[in-house]
Design a protein around this ligand. Structure first.
Ligand code: ADP
Ligand code: MG
Length: 343
């Protein structure tokens, strides 16, 4: 659906807002860009929408360089929702929703029918069609902002912190509504937020940005279980990291059943050497790079019962992967205090 090929944006004054971004987004995906203020999220959205041009690199929409796309066609293909929805105060709700259809010269009757159909999606009746924005609540106005982006049936919808200005309850409701809407309509969505809860709730894949670069791309599960670095861990937050604890508790349960020696050593050969040297008969390998894949059914290695030639085989299958976080250190400490040996 959308490809970023080494995209850069340098603003006047030399600020690299987007710094070598490459990414592939599939049709129907719900992608959430997340990162601290100023990391380049809005710049990225504006480049997709061609409000600004990349300094270098190319963005392809359905295989075509967006800079070569017809301007009106691009408006139809891409819907755009921002925090400051910018409904026109002197236009009715119907007219506000119908801006792009009007640009595309849809007849009045069709525009009206489409606006009514969209209002129904968010449980607002036809009575609202003739109202003006100031006669709606903040949450309703934001819904209209979303509907306006959907009006001409775009294939791709960009949403730049669309719910940022709403109170938490309305925000929660709109998130649910919108996720449901996306599942029904099957659109490709790129959604920007700096709120990890929102990202986890909505995303098929999360893209974590920092200083114009992509730090990590993965499903919410991937990212929670395997944060790429401390920046991502901080962004996820201690509380949420703790919530991924059940898997680790299961590791502890395994450790309870199988007295073992833990090694933080990553190399297989080293692990085997250590086992021989220390004459330990069972082993749990902790590899910080692979992280909690939930391979809990792994049998512990019992050297007394296995032939030496099988050790490598067994080890290969038995590499536990746990992130190097405070959480892990706590777990390891707990296991050790139960009398297991650490090498
Ligand atoms: P985000 O949406 O992640 O908060 P932005 O994409 O808005 O970040 O901004 C990225 C960086 O580019 C920031 O440092 C910002 O100050 C800078 N920037 C944004 N727009 C402009 C502009 N028009 N001119 C110069 N610098 C800009
Ligand atoms: Mg922004």
């Amino acid at each position: 659906m959308l490809i970023f090929d080494h995209v850069y944006k340098t603003y006047k004054g030399g600020k690299k807002a987007v710094n070598d971004v490459s990414l592939k987004i599939e049709r129907g995906e719900f992608i959430v860009f997340i990162g601290p203020s100023g990391c380049g999220k809005t710049t990225t959205m504006k480049m997709i929408n061609r409000l600004i041009e990349p300094s270098e690199g190319t963005i392809y929409l359905e295989g075509k360089d967006i800079l070569k796309e017809d301007a009106v066609l691009l408006r139809r293909k891409i819907g755009y929702v921002i925090q400051q929805i910018g409904l026109f105060p002197h236009l009715t709700i119907q007219e506000n929703i119908s801006l792009v259809p009007k640009l595309l010269k849809w007849p009045e009757k069709k525009r009206r029918a489409r606006a009514a159909e969209l209002l129904k999606l968010v449980d607002m009746d036809n009575e609202y069609l003739e109202r003006y924005p100031h006669e709606l609540s903040g949450g309703q106005q934001q819904r209209i902002g979303v509907l306006r982006a959907l009006a001409a049936e775009p294939q791709l919808i960009l949403m730049d912190e669309p719910f940022g200005a709403l109170d938490p309850i309305t925000r929660d409701i709109l998130q649910d509504e919108f996720k449901h809407l996306q599942q029904t309509l099957g659109k490709t969505i790129i959604f920007v937020t700096h709120d990890m809860d929102e990202a986890i709730k909505l995303a098929d894949r999360i893209v974590i940005m920092r200083d114009g670069q992509l730090v990590q791309v993965g499903s919410p599960d991937d990212i929670l279980r395997n944060p790429a670095n401390e920046f991502v861990e901080d962004f996820i937050g201690k509380e949420r990291l703790l919530q991924s604890r059940p898997t680790i508790q299961t590791v502890e349960q395994v450790m309870n059943l199988h007295p073992a020696t833990i090694t933080a050593d990553k190399s297989l050969t080293d692990a085997i050497r250590l086992m021989k040297e220390k004459r330990v008969d069972s082993l749990l390998v902790v590899d910080e790079n692979k992280v909690l894949q939930g391979r809990i059914d792994v049998e512990m290695i019992d050297l007394k019962r296995k032939k030496a030639s099988h050790i490598e085989d067994i080890l290969e299958k038995n590499i536990f992967t746990v992130p190097k976080t405070a959480l892990l250190r706590d777990t390891v400490r707990k296991i050790l205090t139960r009398g297991h040996k650490y090498v």
